[in-house]
Ligand binder design. Structure first.
Ligand code: ADP
Ligand code: MG
Length: 288
């Protein structure tokens, strides 16, 4: 039978905006020794802002932004939303032909009869696009049209207000190792690791590589501790499902995340994870 205290713990967690899907997850929360975060939308706000538009062609900055906005129109990735926010005009859907989103890469779409690529360096490489621009110290969306490199849009995202507190509190709660998995470039990942005081990062990962990296971490700690993963469900739902304990940021409204997770943080605050652990530990005291 399930000890009554478990229900008390679940109820108490829900008052704090933390949804626990079952009593055994309270147990898992209590025993989490390694906490791994996704970056975009989890530690950062997931609201990128366009910083700079660089064109290396006959296209103006406005034209480059226009192609990017049309390409990103059908994507719900945070990067797509930011580019569309920066584009002040209506989208004429008649101009959009096919549209293909490549996870962890970007978009391939037909705009005005031309093939438009909008995404990261991996997308350019996969399509044999040569780009001479040095932009490896920022997060950028490269744009190529009909096989020719046209320039990039640099974007930046801000850390959530409680990102640092989230890491500090986990450390205080005795978590042994805290890290991050991301599809973003290494420089951005390293900066966040240093700023937040995390132990490790793995960057430039495709969605299936995130699962593989998590499995490696789980192997490393086998018999020594449970691995908790926190994500927002965009390109990381399989990782949420694979972790010993998967925690989803539920407020952004990703059904995939809520489905795959064991615990849902309704307020999207990463600092709630240490709170969930605290409640789990208290619950245990009440039961036994
Ligand atoms: P994270 O791990 O930070 O949550 P993702 O796995 O969602 O990031 O995406 C990884 C990278 O793939 C992004 O940093 C970006 O370079 C590229 N990318 C993904 N989707 C898009 C898109 N719709 N438009 C442009 N680039 C994209
Ligand atoms: Mg993500």
């Amino acid at each position: 039978s399930i000890p009554l205290g478990f229900f008390g713990g679940i109820g108490s967690a829900s008052k704090h905006g933390i949804l626990v899907k079952g009593g055994n997850y309270l147990e898992g929360l209590k025993n989490s020794d390694i906490v791994v975060f996704d970056k975009t939308g989890t530690l950062t706000k997931g609201k990128f802002e366009v910083q700079e538009i660089v064109t290396v062609s006959n296209l103006s900055k406005d034209e480059l932004l226009e192609y990017a906005a049309y390409a990103e129109k059908s994507s719900n990735h945070p990067i797509a939303n930011s580019i569309l926010k920066a584009y002040p005009h209506e989208i004429d859907f008649k101009k959009i032909g096919y549209h293909h989103e490549v996870a962890g890469h970007g978009i391939k779409a037909e705009i005005d009869g031309k093939e438009v690529l909008a995404g990261n360096a991996k997308l350019m490489k996969a399509n044999n696009i040569e780009y001479k621009i040095q932009s490896n110290n920022k997060t950028v969306v490269h744009i190529a049209i009909d096989g020719e490199y046209k320039g990039y849009i640099s974007i930046f995202d801000k850390l959530k207000d409680d990102a640092k507190e989230a890491v500090t509190r986990l450390r205080q709660a005795g978590v042994k190792s805290i890290g991050m998995l991301t599809g973003d470039i290494d420089q951005t990942a390293q900066e966040i690791k240093n700023e937040l005081g995390m132990d490790f990062v793995r960057s430039e990962l495709l969605p299936d590589q995130k699962v593989y990296e998590l499995e490696k971490i789980m192997d490393e700690y086998k018999g020594k501790g449970k691995v908790l993963f926190v994500g927002d469900g965009i390109n990381d739902a399989p990782v949420l499902a694979r972790a010993d304990i998967g925690v989803a940021m539920g407020g952004l409204g990703s059904d995939a995340a809520i489905e795959a997770a064991d615990v849902v943080i309704m307020t999207d605050e990463p600092s709630k994870i240490s709170e969930a652990m605290k409640i789990a530990k208290l619950t245990n005291k009440i039961v036994w």
